[in-house]
Design a binder for this molecule. Structure first.
Ligand code: DPP
Ligand code: ZN
Length: 855
């Protein structure tokens, strides 16, 4: 497969200002007629090239004249035509079979619906078109379908007209007045019910809102609708951005590769990010619905009105939009807890990517298959870049920068460079060095050493930075790293200032005058930069900060570091003292001033994967043993406290207030430690919570806790859960996922069995992720020394590749971490990657990921 390079970008030869699409819809055979007005872009004599993937032109017309076969040809799927003048009308006719489209790209069938997914390059599976994001077209869509099976017909923009035909069929026409790239095209046809509402925008326009689902799911759409209205109000208030069409529709579908898609005026969602009710959704699910609804809505400006010039600029819309949805969710709940959660996601998902064979810059230089670049680096690290700029600029100047960006690039296909320039000009700041964040891959490491001279009363902070080599980038330059820093007086527990230091050189010193005694360093407060900080702080310093730091993230971080030090020490064979960890947890648990949701985050042990990331060579068995042992000690030492917390937070129902959610989170953490303590009644208490809970948050947490052990309650709870929810796909996913995530000695064998379960299917991406995605994130089980875990995942990749290469490719990265493991495991992982690559007819999606993973 060919490699596409960022520097090869060239403006399009032909533009398509207008397109009219006619769909004769049927799951077995859909006809698509497309009429493109094309105009020559500049003075050249190059042919018109319309991308196509698996399409055969049944008719090709230019300016109404049917072309002979000799007047066009196909080249790598694309339709090539010679055109004489500067403007023409080109018309094509193709046939599709949506119900056999298992890739879920283009037009496909899901649970009786017909729907589309075009980002990144799915539109070329629907019709011949220049499928690149810098071609912006006004689009009119006409759909005809059987009225009984497809009573609802939706497309982008505003509905124009509809009517019946004689033969039981009906039609609808939609028009989208905003020029858009074809990756934002969408249509849906099906038997759908609507949760209808409306929103009055800041200029007083009334927008009709619709969330379309299967009739039976209507009661589960209330949270999504509230989230949509909250998002619309938030984007007006915080960014001055108003919605621009008369209707905004969302459709939920069961089979979807992404989480959701921001098609103009017609968002299409994976149903897991729309449907929620107390019986089936956890607090995390509710937050996921709120965050993803907001994310897709915010794309209307950051993505649709201003789109991307080419796919190398993907983070322009994704990083910025993640930043926007993170701040929205923080405003809707707790800023402190949201920041901790987002950093945890970054460290668990992006840091490993940045230190492995698939590391790439936030603005990549090349790709084979763009679907492989919808990564934690583009999304989550991309969001951290925007966050750093917002921090350096401050709220007013950041807003001036985004205002300038939207005003200057509205209706355009822009670049990351355009965004940075708007920040520089609107925010009056020089970001020359900061641009390296878009170019250099790898997580920077900062070494921070604090020294104090009692004679001069001077404190000196020495900061050293380095960026590790990554594929294709052996040498790195120093980055511009904004670090929020405070120095605490250990006597008074207070600090002097909260300064933003800019680390711009490989090594830099900062002096602070007038300290009688040595202060304690609080650094990277609020996680001001996405870096790894190594400090010379003692366990005593960390314990102090875990009790006194007034920056919630730094306080959490001190606690995590305290735990990491003990665990990494023990994994390395030292007898690290756990007393400080237990004291810090006791102190945090009993501090009445703290938000329970924060407490639940702070007392949680770092994940096995994060611990692995701290080690040169990952020893999954030693990590698991050390973490389990510490968990058991914490459980046993503080057992009465866990019992109190668990009993004291009872019966808060399923209210969705931050307080109620926090209480459930802490109660679940207490249950977890209580069971981990080994107390004889632990499983019975968990089973009782499982049986009596009136909400899924407590029910699923109890199930997860039981699934880790080998008690009889485990089997009973899993059976009850299965019988209660086997008819509801989203909830049944939890049953698969809980078992795949479980720290159970036989997880590998259980996952193998579950792969043969009658409810397991490769055709639903959520189900695949629930089983194999979750399993490969279970470090201890996946890296079973037999290599069986690797084989299971590789078998799944091979089987899935023929159906849905995009989802198959997402399962590859865990196999690529072999360099970090012992030689036996590394050899087993490499062997599986080679076995995958040896498959005939392998997709370019999986080929790219597996090849890079072997390097
Ligand atoms: N639908 C995906 C997202 O919103 C890709 N744009 O992130
Ligand atoms: Zn997005």
């Amino acid at each position: 497969p060919a490699i596409i390079r960022r520097t090869d970008y060239r403006a399009p030869d032909w533009l398509v200002p207008d397109v009219a699409l006619h769909f004769d819809l049927d799951p077995a055979l859909t006809k698509v007629r497309a009429r493109l007005s094309v105009t020559r872009n500049g003075d050249h004599d190059r042919l018109l090239r319309l991308d196509g993937d698996g399409l055969v032109p049944l008719e090709v017309k230019v300016d109404g004249r049917l072309l002979a076969q000799s007047e066009w040809h196909l080249e790598a799927g694309a339709l090539i035509i010679a055109l004489a003048d500067v403007a023409h009308e080109v018309e094509t006719l193709v046939e599709l079979a949506p119900k056999s489209n298992s890739k879920l790209m283009g037009l496909y069938a899901s649970g009786g619906l017909l729907c589309t997914q075009c980002e990144a390059e799915g539109f070329r599976r629907i019709t011949f078109f220049p499928d690149r994001p810098d071609i912006l077209s006004r689009c009119r869509v006409h759909m005809v379908a059987d009225k009984a099976r497809f009573p609802i017909l939706l497309a982008n923009g505003d509905p124009i007209e509809q009517g019946d035909e004689a033969d039981g069929r009906h039609w609808a026409t939609w028009n989208d007045p905003y020029p858009k790239p074809c990756y934002l095209f969408a249509l849906v046809a099906g038997d759908l019910a609507c949760n209808a509402d409306h929103f009055v925008t800041m200029s007083g326009r009334d927008v009709q809102l619709g969330i379309w689902v299967k009739e039976a799911d209507l009661p589960r759409t209330a949270h999504a609708m509230q989230a949509l209205k909250d998002s619309m109000a938030w984007d007006e208030r915080v960014y001055g951005r108003e919605y621009d069409l008369d209707v905004f529709n969302i459709v939920a579908v069961a089979d979807f590769n992404f989480g959701a898609m921001e098609n103009k005026g017609l968002n299409i969602f994976n149903s897991r990010y729309i449907l929620a009710d107390p019986e089936t959704a956890t607090d995390i699910d509710y937050d996921g619905v709120e965050g993803v609804v907001a994310h897709e809505y915010f794309h209307n400006w950051s993505g649709n009105r201003v789109t991307c010039r080419d796919w190398f600029q993907l983070s322009l819309k994704e990083g910025f939009t993640v930043f926007r949805d993170q701040n929205f969710s923080a405003d809707m709940g707790s800023h402190a807890v949201k920041r901790i959660e987002d950093v945890r996601i970054l460290r668990d998902g992006q840091f490993p990517e940045d230190s492995g064979p698939l590391a790439h810059p936030v603005r990549p230089e090349s790709y084979m298959e763009i679907s492989n670049f919808y990564t934690a680096t583009i999304y989550n690290k991309g969001a951290e870049l925007i966050r750093m700029m917002a921090l350096m600029l401050g709220p007013e100047r950041f807003r001036a920068g985004t205002d300038l960006y939207f005003a200057r690039h509205d209706g355009q296909a822009a670049t990351c460079e355009d965004f940075v320039r708007a920040m520089e000009e609107g925010g009056e700041i020089d970001l020359s060095q900061f641009r390296l964040w878009y170019e250099q891959a790898g997580t920077p490491r900062v070494r921070a050493l604090l020294s104090h001279d009692p004679v001069t009363r001077q404190v000196e902070l020495t900061l050293e930075q380095s960026v590790p080599p990554t594929p294709g980038q052996p040498e790195k330059q120093p980055m511009a790293i904004p670090l929020r820093v405070a120095l605490f007086d250990p006597e008074s527990g207070t600090h002097h200032g909260d300064e933003l230091l800019m680390l711009t050189q490989a090594e830099q010193r900062f002096s602070f005058p007038d300290f009688a005694t040595a202060p304690i360093l609080s650094i990277n407060r609020g996680f001001s930069a996405p870096v790894i900080v190594d400090t010379n702080r003692s366990q005593g310093d960390l314990a102090f900060l875990s009790a006194h730091d007034d920056d919630p993230f730094a306080r959490y971080e001190a606690m995590q570091q305290l735990m990491v030090n003990v665990l990494v020490g023990r994994i390395g064979g030292q007898t690290a003292d756990e007393g400080a960890v237990i004291d810090a947890i006791r102190q945090t648990l009993t501090d009445p001033t703290l938000d329970p949701a924060f407490v639940a985050e702070a007392i949680r042990l770092p994940s096995e994967a994060y611990l692995g990331d701290q080690m040169r060579q990952v020893d999954p068995d030693a990590i698991h043993a050390a973490r389990e042992a510490l968990q058991r000690s914490i459980g046993a030492e503080l057992e009465p406290l866990w019992r109190d917390v668990h009993a004291g937070l009872k019966a808060n129902g399923f209210a969705l207030s931050p307080a109620a959610k926090g209480a459930r989170k802490l109660r679940n953490a207490a249950l977890h430690y209580l069971v981990a303590s080994g107390a004889a009644d632990g499983p019975a208490i968990a089973f009782d919570q499982f049986s009596s809970a009136d909400n899924m948050t407590e029910r699923q947490a109890a199930l997860g806790t039981l699934a880790n052990g080998v008690s009889p309650e485990r089997v009973a709870a899993l059976d009850i859960f299965y019988n209660r929810y086997s008819a509801d796909a989203l909830t049944l996913d939890k049953w698969f996922q809980t078992q795949a995530f479980a720290f159970h000695p036989d997880t590998v064998d259980l996952v193998e069995e579950l792969g043969r379960h009658k409810d397991f299917t490769l055709s639903n991406p959520n189900r695949v992720r629930a089983l194999y995605g979750a399993f490969s994130g279970n470090q201890w089980a996946f890296h079973h020394r037999s290599g069986k875990g690797y084989r299971l995942v590789a078998d799944c990749i091979i089987a899935l590749d023929g159906l849905n290469p995009q989802t198959a490719a997402r399962l590859v990265p865990p196999l690529g971490r072999w360099k970090r493991f012992d030689t036996e495991r590394a050899a087993l992982m490499q062997a599986e990657l080679r076995r995958i690559l040896a498959q005939p007819g392998l997709s370019k999606d999986v080929t790219e990921q597996a090849r890079k993973s072997l390097d």
